[in-house]
Design a protein around this ligand. Structure first.
Ligand SMILES: C[S@@+](CC[C@H](N)C(=O)[O-])C[C@H]1O[C@@H](n2cnc3c(N)ncnc32)[C@H](O)[C@@H]1O
Ligand code: SF4
Length: 396
């Protein structure tokens, strides 16, 4: 999958200003790699490059492989109660005022971010403050908001689509494919009407045993979407053994239980014929769809079998997330790991973000993960953030 690297110049050519903003974020991540890992008096907000904000625990879909709402989803039964705790617009504005000088990329997700009642004024405020704002959505509500999105110049929208119509709908719910495509049409219409280039439009596909044979069909269909990028995410998966090891470690080192990792113990990695998937990916990466294709993680194609079948074999290590990224949960809790919000660093309703990010709990987490084998915990195996921002292990 060497073709992945062609993404950078293509994106720059297509969207110079936005790409420059995005790559400034990556530059700061690079700085975090070389910053002193053991200096616990360091002001880590200087390297803050990516801030995830999980706006809401609510979702209108129940995608099968989802750690929150899928077959093993941990939010399924508590989302309604939890949704009463969401931050309000003023909480977010205070946070944005605090972090904006560091110019991090902001990544809004959920649940479904369009269910956050003030998403439009919130993104408008962020964009006005000069932030690069990326929204990850299931796309089923884009049609309704297309005019606002284009008018307010949202930076990027990543829409989740997991296959051509029938395959996608089997994973994400009946009718979801057509609603997403209607959203793309509405966005493209608005861009033309308002003579705007923003937002950058991307599709994210999570690869499972239900859709891998259908990836090329989706890639073909996506020619009509006027995309800027299509990301194939090899997926977050875990098993009983990894969950038990992570639970033990979190109890011993952090005196906390874990719940979210189990949500990815779904088995949707099982039965993927690595040789077939390899050929499918090579075929896709060899074609020109009018937009770049990116597979995450970038993997030695011969090792795809390991990725899906030997979950305990690391393909990335030395996670950089605690030194340059963070996740703000819907209730104001601050974490490092977006998908595994077990260890709370603090809450922005009670403390400034800077104090939390440089505080004792944050530094204790950094110190602990740094001292673990490979600079990661058992639960980091196949974590999406580690796949994106971990260090590539030789051979993978
Ligand atoms: C949890 S969703 C939240 C945003 C929004 N609801 C959506 O579906 O795009 C964020 C992303 O995680 C992806 N995802 C779901 N299950 C996953 C898994 N097991 N491994 C990796 N990514 C997964 C979704 O497809 C989506 O692209
Ligand atoms: S739409 Fe997103 S959050 Fe909702 S179930 Fe699907 S992947 Fe999970």
């Amino acid at each position: 999958m060497k073709q992945n690297f062609t993404v950078v110049p293509v994106l720059f050519k297509k969207r110079l200003t936005l790409s420059a903003k995005m790559f400034y974020g990556f530059f700061k991540m690079g700085k975090a790699w070389v910053s002193p890992k053991r200096n616990y008096n360091y002001n880590h907000t200087k390297n803050l490059s990516l801030v995830y904000m999980k706006l809401t625990p609510s979702c209108n879909l129940h995608c099968v492989m989802c750690g929150q709402y899928g077959v093993k989803g941990v939010m399924k039964h508590i989302a309604a109660e939890e949704s009463k705790k969401i931050l309000n617009l003023d909480d977010y504005k205070r946070l944005v005022d605090e972090i904006a000088p560091q110019r991090p990329v902001v990544y809004l997700w959920g649940g479904e971010p369009f269910l956050y009642p003030d998403i439009v004024p919130l993104v408008r405020y962020m964009v006005q403050k000069g932030l690069f704002v990326s929204v990850n959505t299931n796309g089923t509500m884009i049609e309704k908001y297309a005019e606002d999105i284009v008018r307010d110049k949202w930076s990027t929208i990543f829409v989740s689509l997991d296959g051509f119509r029938d395959t996608n709908d089997a994973m994400r719910g009946k009718g979801s494919y057509d609603r997403v495509v209607a959203g793309f049409r509405a966005l493209n219409r608005e861009k033309e009407k308002q003579k705007q280039h923003e937002p950058i439009l991307g599709v994210v596909t999570t690869v499972t045993n239900m859709n891998y044979m259908d990836l090329d069909k989706l890639a073909e269909a996506s020619r009509e979407f006027n995309l800027d990028i299509h990301i194939l995410n090899l997926g977050t998966y875990t098993n009983d053994h990894i969950v038990a090891a992570q639970r033990k470690l979190m109890k011993e080192k952090f005196d906390t239980d874990i719940d979210c990792l189990e949500g990815y113990n779904t088995g949707y990695n099982q039965g993927i014929d690595a040789e077939k998937l390899n050929l499918i990916l090579e075929n896709i990466h060899g074609k020109d769809y009018g937009h770049p294709m990116l597979t995450v993680p970038v993997l030695n194609t011969k090792k795809i079998h390991t990725y899906y079948n030997y979950l305990e074999t690391p393909v990335r290590n030395h996670c950089i997330v605690p030194w340059c990224q963070t996740n703000i949960n819907y209730n104001g809790d601050v974490h490092f790991c977006a998908d595994y919000p077990d260890y709370i660093l603090g809450n922005i309703r009670q403390q400034s973000f800077t104090d939390i990010y440089n505080g004792e709990r944050a530094n204790y987490f950094r110190k602990t993960i740094h001292s673990c084998k490979g600079g990661m915990f058992p639960g980091c195996l196949r974590c999406y953030q580690n796949m994106l921002f971990g260090k590539k292990i030789r051979g993978y």
